[in-house]
Design a binder for this molecule. Structure first.
Ligand code: WTA
Length: 638
């Protein structure tokens, strides 16, 4: 028997040791006992980080939706698979059983087929958090189409860039979405995006807000009439273990967002196994992850991981602040949530509103609390622990990435003693390493360095869509024979890990990864802007907020800084989305640069954090006087 469900700390160590002694045989056991295969694999693992090439369960045949839906029909057809909680608290929640999910996914899959979608085609999904989003993801997987979900808060330019990059044939969207008291015209954004996407042949539109929208003849169709007509059975497409399952874009420190490609079998095995253990999910539990399916957290821990375990997974359409800041707790009480998984930024935003709203609701159903997306600071950790978990629910601070597909460093609840701000220990099968600046591994405890992983795990991304060289350069070139995460970490006296943050030019704002380069590109489009540099600075709710340093072109005439600031933020909203707007903008006469012309962001970061005396080595600066000017500006503003 493989230890599918780890129950105590001793067992964790035992299973961990086994998993790293022989990873292939460990994962083979898990795969064998807990999933449905159409054909068994010929080889569990082959890998070469120098190419890099990683293959898990080669030769196996399967369909992930058979594992997430069909195989549960017999034993739990009437169990709720997806519990949909709408934006408006007065609209009833919707319980979709496994049987209903099967029918809806099959119908949707048949609609996709009828519109020419075949195995391997890319389908871009730009939908709000409504059941159609989860259903369409699964429908793609059922017929072997590769889904690429784009978070519905991204702008039309960001959307079109992603559609073009993965060459999607079809876009799935809705007439609009609700966000608190507002509605958003998603279809309008899609229409704008598609002006630059000649490859898109069809757009299927779900009805959500009943607004008047434009339907383009020959391209756009309403989804519902097609679903009504569709057959409710759809055979699974038999997929190879390493066939692509989905592409999901994540920001890089430079250039285009990276389309991380995940494949089928390894992703399924790892997300299912981590879900079961990290949340200690039991048969009748109601599990809620507040993320959006537009991010990896939603892919792995709203859709695939929970459904592969036959769990009940909640999908929430709204925001934590609507109709008031008690909404999360109202939902916990209403649906008797047992596992609650959210982001530190949400915890901080809610903590700001005191404890009255938390105390108003009965949260006694809660067993496990989770945190993901960014480091959770000590204060937020304690607030979460004391007021939400009432000191009875272990907090799993889960560290992982879009690239890793599943949770990598985390406590196992009721087993691993937790420690505020520490993600604690590697999950089963994960072999972390801390590296120094010379590329050497740092052994022992009470050390810090750059976080790498030494051995492949089943759910790692296999490539960057269309750019394998970039995949190699970004993740496998910094340290020989290791996957480099881009994060820094420290290991304490007992071997617990604490993630200290990104060591590259990615900034995490409210849990969203943002690359500095695309934001600077957007700013530089402004006709008055000569140059810009973006850095993150500590923010009490968002974790980090963005600060821009801008130099204006010397045109002889003066520009109104307030107007330029507004226009710059509008450009960012248009090019990327409102999540990337700048909280602070400083107009300066020059940026700190090295003699070779490289902007010294480290200095800007320190100044923005008001750490004026920790600027480090400034001897390579071309013009030290700009630093003094910037310091004075920021100090005056503080
Ligand atoms: C950060 C989200 C500290 C980290 C699943 C990582 C975290 C990036 C944690 C990936 C955590 C995620 N503690 N930092 N528990 N979880 N991060 O791709 O910098 O959206 O590299 O995946 O978020 O963000 P992504």
């Amino acid at each position: 028997m493989s230890n599918y469900h780890i129950k105590n700390f001793e067992e964790y160590f035992q299973v961990y040791r086994k998993s790293v002694r022989n990873p292939a045989s460990f994962w083979e056991e898990v795969a064998e006992e807990h999933f449905t295969w159409q054909k068994r694999w010929d080889n569990v693992l082959s890998w070469d980080f120098t190419k890099p090439e990683i293959k898990w369960f080669e030769g196996a045949k399967l369909n992930i939706t058979e594992n997430c839906i069909d195989r549960h029909l017999w034993s739990k057809g009437d169990k709720t698979a997806i519990l949909f909680e709408p934006n408006d608290p007065n609209e009833p929640a919707e319980k979709i059983t496994y049987r209903e999910l099967h029918t809806r996914v099959c119908k949707f899959a048949n609609v996709l087929k009828s519109r020419g979608i075949k195995k391997g085609d890319r389908v871009c999904i730009y939908l709000p958090m409504i059941p159609e989003l989860a259903v369409s993801v699964l429908a793609c997987a059922r017929i072997g189409a590769v889904h690429s979900v784009v978070f519905a808060g991204f702008s039309s330019t960001a959307l079109s860039t992603r559609i073009v990059d993965c060459d999607a044939k079809m876009v799935l969207t809705s007439d609009g979405s609700y966000r608190g008291s507002k509605t958003i015209d998603l279809k309008g954004i899609v229409d704008e995006a598609l002006e630059d996407c000649p490859g898109v042949e069809s757009v299927l539109v779900a009805k959500r807000i009943d607004s008047e929208i434009n339907m383009k003849e020959g391209r756009d169709e309403w989804l519902q009439p097609l679903l009504d007509e569709a057959d409710s059975e759809c055979e699974i497409e038999i997929m190879d273990a390493e066939d692509p399952l989905f592409i999901l874009y994540t920001s890089g420190s430079t250039g285009m967002p990276k389309g991380m490609l995940h494949t089928t079998a390894g992703y399924m095995v790892y997300t299912a196994y981590t879900f079961k253990n990290v949340f200690q999910y039991r048969e009748d539990d109601i599990y809620w992850c507040t993320a959006d399916i537009g991010w990896i957290t939603g892919h792995s821990y709203i859709v695939y991981g929970p459904l592969a375990n036959g769990a009940t997974t909640v999908m929430f359409e709204g925001v934590p602040s609507y109709p008031d800041f008690g909404r999360f707790w109202e939902i916990v009480e209403k649906h008797k949530i047992n596992q609650f998984y959210t982001a530190p930024t949400a915890v901080r935003a809610l903590a700001k509103h005191g404890t009255e709203l938390v105390e108003k609701y009965d949260l006694s159903s809660l067993k496990v609390l989770g945190s993901v997306g960014e480091p959770i600071n000590e204060e937020a950790w304690h607030w979460y622990n004391d007021n939400v978990g009432k000191k009875k629910c272990p907090i799993v601070d889960t560290w992982w990435q879009t690239e890793t597909g599943g949770i990598m460093i985390t406590p196992i609840p009721f087993s691993t003693p937790t420690k505020p701000t520490y993600a604690t220990l590697p999950f089963i099968g994960i072999q972390p390493a801390l590296m120094d600046e010379n590329g050497e591994e740092i052994h022992g405890n009470q050390v810090d360095g750059r976080l790498c992983i030494k051995h492949p795990w089943p759910s790692m991304a296999r490539t960057i869509w269309g750019n394998h060289q970039r995949y190699k350069d970004t993740y496998f070139s910094a340290y020989e024979n290791k996957y480099f995460t881009g994060d820094g970490a420290l290991r304490d006296e007992v071997g617990y890990y604490r993630i200290t943050g990104r060591v590259d030019d990615v900034i995490i704002v409210s849990g969203h990864n943002l690359g500095t380069a695309p934001i600077e590109d957007a700013i530089n489009e402004h006709n008055a802007v000569a140059e810009s540099a973006i850095v993150g600075f500590p923010h009490d709710v968002k974790g980090n907020a963005l600060c821009g340093y801008i130099t204006l072109k010397d045109t002889g005439e003066s520009r109104d800084h307030t107007n330029v600031s507004k226009e710059v933020n509008q450009l960012i909203t248009d090019r990327i989305g409102p999540i990337a707007k700048l909280d602070k903008i400083y107009f300066v006469s020059g940026l700190p640069k090295t003699r070779s012309g490289k902007i010294m962001r480290r200095i800007l970061r320190k100044i923005s954090a008001h750490e004026y005396n920790q600027l480090g080595d400034t001897s390579t600066l071309l013009d030290p006087t700009v630093v003094d000017e910037i310091k004075e500006l920021v100090k005056a503003d503080a």
